[in-house]
Design a protein around this ligand. Sequence first.
Ligand code: PLP
Length: 386
Amino acid sequence: MEYHTSEGTFQVGEEPYLLTPGPLTTAISTKAAMLKDWGSWDDDFKAVTAEIRSRLIAMCGGEGTYDCVPMQGSGTFSVEAALASFIPRDGKALVLMNGAYGGRAAKTLEYIGRDYIALDKGDYLPPMPEEVEAILSENQDVTHVVAIHCETSSGILNPLKGISDVVQAAGRKLIVDSMSAFGALPIDVSDIPFEALVSSANKCIEGVPGFGFVLAKKAALEAAEGNSHSLSLDLYDQWSYMNKTGQWRFTPPTHTVVAFLEALRLHEAEGGVAGRNARYVSNRDILVSGMRRIGFETLLEDEWLSPIITTFFSPRDHKFDFNRFYNEIKSRGFIIYPGKLTVADSFRVGCIGALDATVMKGVLKAVEESCAVMGVTEFGPPDGVK
Ligand SMILES: *Cc1c(COP(=O)(O)O)cnc(C)c1O
């Protein structure tokens, strides 16, 4: 398919692959779904919204007791909406932090004026269930625990099941930022009975950006009335209006929503969460073993590596220059992601999106060629870093 726009002519499917944690590379049929215009109040569009909500509820096993509230904006808008709507103004949160997104949750609580304490594990260590248990028993006034499922800034997969167990045992409520994990890592409410879980269109479901969604207990949504400081981010209001009218309260990103339904159908055709997980795990395994063969080292031990994104230390070789590396790889058809560590220079390579084994092998070849062009021969991290 060749397209002509004011930016020039391009071939769909020939742009670089995005090895990033979203926005990511989407399927052609997901892009094609956006070629139609929709009336946001029309029954056909209402049916799209309803189907999306019920598919997402089914994905976490929440039929009957949970509901799904889509929210305009990027994922952060939905996280803020959830924190403001579910944590009452006199509530108090414990934020489990080990990277940028835990940090952002804490910053959000500051903005919206909710009291919180934090367990900060730095860049790459997981918050352990025993630690959470101890903090909860010392802080009886904590009402909600905010956990990041996969902390995308390092790629660490946090021990959510263990955290959920201690939160339930202590009688507190769990809010999960599963932005970069939902749809690819199994999470079922019979196992992890979260109060609310947040994700967005452009991560593991492989849609395009424009909205997020919150899966929450119906009882929590009922109780959220009047909590939010913000009209546009009020989940209770969005939920009750949507249940009454079938419509979004304010203009929805119609093209994004319709593309997302196509992405959900592709997700189902791939075998649902299990199928998607298998492809991402295979992508990650090809990537990590290939990079280690070249000589690169991962930030994390194998136990904590997610199938979402992997952080590699930048090589100690003084000939390595990240900007040049990035551009060499881009000229070979792949876009990687800078690192976000405070301890050492690093870069990240994502495994999510419409990518398969052939693409991952292509990335490895591009990395090898790019290092050869720069004359890099020493790939390990600088001494003292690991
Ligand atoms: C992507 C992501 C977000 C949301 O980021 P946006 O840029 O607002 O879409 C939040 N938490 C995690 C863990 C993420 O990976």
